[in-house]
Design a protein around this ligand. Structure first.
Ligand SMILES: *Cc1c(COP(=O)(O)O)cnc(C)c1O
Length: 398
């Protein structure tokens, strides 16, 4: 790929992709989004599902930091038929971009202004409580609009939804209320990524029992769904009519034991440039608080990315990056906008060289899972942590 220093935006057409490649934003630090890896993952997931099971691309939180609009477009192009987001604003962003696929709001929406906005933007809410259902119906009556809604049952996550034991009463109410059309009934799993499937099976049983009782009332339900990424990869009996996939689409496995299922490619890379190189003597402190003191004469490279970009400060002195295909240690405290590397062992390090914080460089790679492991968190949180200060650049490798 040719890097241009020109402050111009080039529109590049490559096979089936149309993407904007704005080289000027590769100046400091950025996130690269490989749309072809995303397409690959969507196709892999699609191939795992029966043809009657829909794939819903979960693009909440700006598609886990990958850029919701482009991710939604690519996912829809390669086999997803619906989208899910968490907030009203996230849904409006997709509609404003011209996306017309059905969009479900997974988060709770409660007040009349928000309900009117759902109608205006053709977004489908999740109905979690009796009270919420009544508020919706009243508000919709006033504005004379009806809405497709998704009923949420709590089968053991203890987050949103009405408890499964009250499913019949709850679904009957929503069914009877004017202006509400039931588009689906769903629930969410708490432990699908664990090896021990006891809780997951219990939740599935509760879901099935609840649905059985609803059906016995003579209410027909067009769509049932329960599975997140982990459930999709672990058990076909959890697929039902639709699956809600986030993490796997972005190329990460929800748990190590699920790696043998399908081939996923990481979509996101984080890169930054070296802005200064210098040699400092042995015994010199590096960065705030002198958490690192050089043991020997040390060649330092300063890199223009920091915790304000989403590199967790807790990785200070524990972060490794890739430079010229080699692992290089980061030293001293991570600062707001910059980090320092020990590049003593690397010849020819220059200002302008590109450092890979997450991603592949030559034979080696660093994943969001690596960061998550060091920090004692999960890859979902790492992906979501990159700030909007980092421009998202679409690429296509395959
Ligand atoms: C975020 C979310 C998902 C996607 O979960 P992944 O583990 O990323 O696949 C599915 N369903 C609900 C209700 C969610 O909130």
């Amino acid at each position: 790929m040719v890097l241009s220093q020109e402050p111009t935006t080039t529109v590049v057409t490559r096979s089936r992709y149309n993407y904007q490649l704005s080289e000027i934003i590769r100046q400091r630090a950025w996130v690269e989004i490989d749309q072809s890896a995303l397409a690959h993952n969507v196709k892999q997931l699609r191939a795992l599902l029966s043809k009657d099971t829909e794939l819903m691309a979960v693009v909440k939180a700006d598609a886990y930091g990958h850029g919701a609009i482009k991710v939604a477009q690519t996912a829809l192009q390669y086999g997803a038929s619906r989208l899910a987001i968490a907030t009203l604003g996230e849904g409006i962003e997709l509609r404003e971009a011209g996306i017309i696929a059905p969009i479900v709001v997974l988060g709770a929406v409660n007040n009349p202004e928000e309900i009117a906005a759902l109608c205006q933007w053709d977004l489908e809410p999740t109905i979690c409580t009796f009270q919420q259902a009544i508020t919706f119906s009243k508000t919709l009556a006033q504005i004379e609009q009806s809405l497709s809604v998704h009923i949420k049952l709590d089968t053991g996550m203890s987050r949103l939804g009405t408890l499964w034991q009250q499913a019949t009463e709850f679904v009957t109410l929503v069914h009877q209320l004017p202006y509400l059309k039931i588009a689906s009934i769903y629930s969410h799993l708490a432990t699908a990524d664990e090896l021990d499937q006891t809780v997951m099976k219990m939740q599935q049983q509760r879901f099935e029992d609840a649905i059985q009782q609803v059906k016995a009332m003579g209410i027909s339900i067009p769509c049932l769904h329960l599975a997140n990424s982990a459930a999709v990869l672990s058990d076909r009996s959890l697929h039902y009519d639709l699956v809600r996939v986030g993490l796997a689409m972005y190329g990460l496995y929800p748990a190590p034991h699920l790696k043998s299922t399908i081939d996923l490619k990481p979509v996101l890379q984080v890169k930054a440039k070296i802005t200064q190189v210098k040699i400092i003597p042995a015994g010199t402190g590096v960065s705030y608080g002198y958490q690192y003191i050089t043991q020997r004469e040390t060649k330092i490279a300063v890199v223009s990315i920091g915790y304000a970009d989403g590199v967790p400060r807790n990785l200070s002195n524990r972060l490794k990056v890739l430079l010229k295909g080699q692992y290089v240690p980061q030293i001293g405290a991570i600062t707001m906008d910059q980090i320092m590397l020990d590049v003593t062992n690397l010849p020819d390090v220059e200002v302008g060289d590109i450092v890979t914080l997450i991603g592949q460089d030559g034979k080696h790679s660093i994943s969001a899972d690596d960061w998550a492991k060091t920090l004692g968190t999960i890859s979902w949180e790492i992906l979501c942590s990159f700030k909007h200060r980092l421009p998202r650049i679409s690429t296509s490798k395959y």
